[in-house]
Design a protein around this ligand. Structure first.
Ligand code: E4P
Length: 215
């Protein structure tokens, strides 16, 4: 499973890239607003740090507006993937962007029927939001299982990108189900590396190392 970092913070992205963990990056307007920086400058800088798909989200909600913004974002760098909301105008735009060879990540997916339509429109990636479903007492990971089943039934090539990942169990279950990608905040990427027995074992080794005679 590929791991993307879900962040627009260049410091966080560099930190995750230094761990060797990162295959790509997803951003959204909320993540960008936290940085206080502009979309295009940030995307170009991210592309210099990570050599992989970098999702940049459009703000327009009508097909023509999405196409205009999508083409501008795609022109920034060969690795830009245009992130489009899962609305009817968005699907129309995805269909057109796909014919132009522009990659798309269809975002804000909360149902298997939405995911099937995105794949039919030619989406490169579909982003089902598992954490936000959990938040309203609907099991987010069940959606991932359903989408993977449907895509496999019809041999659809759209990649399943698990989004709104909130903790390591979302990540591990995604990998067990065969999701193509999980996009993960830095805090959760760091949690993935941690284990209390590693810390206890290391402390014991370092303590015992003091007893080893020199030489
Ligand atoms: C990624 O593409 C999404 O924008 C992101 O994972 C949403 O996560 P959140 O539900 O924690 O805001």
């Amino acid at each position: 499973m590929k791991i993307f970092i879900d962040s627009a913070d260049i410091g966080e992205i560099k930190e995750a890239a230094a761990m060797g963990a990162i295959d790509g990056v997803t951003t959204n307007p909320s993540l960008l607003a936290k940085t206080g920086r502009g979309l295009k400058d940030t995307i170009v800088e991210i592309c210099e740090v990570v050599d992989g798909p970098i999702s940049a989200e459009v703000i327009a909600t009508d097909t023509q507006g999405i196409l205009t913004e999508g083409r501008e974002l795609a022109a920034l760098h060969k690795n830009v993937v245009v992130k489009v909301p899962l609305i009817i105008d968005g699907l129309k735009a995805v269909r057109q962007l796909t014919t132009e060879g522009i990659k798309t990540n269809v975002t804000l997916c909360f149902s298997p029927s939405q995911a099937l339509l995105a794949a039919k429109a030619g989406a490169t990636m579909i982003s089902p939001f598992v954490g936000r479903l959990d938040d309203i007492s609907m099991p987010g990971m069940e959606l991932i299982e359903q989408i993977i089943d449907i895509y496999q039934n019809y041999d659809l090539s759209t990649e399943v990108l698990v989004a709104s990942v909130r903790h390591p169990i979302h990540f591990v279950e995604s990998a067990r189900m065969g999701a193509d990608i999980a996009t993960v905040p830095l805090k959760v990427i760091q949690q993935l590396a941690q284990h209390p027995l590693t810390d206890i074992g290391l402390a014991k080794f370092l303590e015992d190392a003091k007893k080893i005679p020199k030489g």
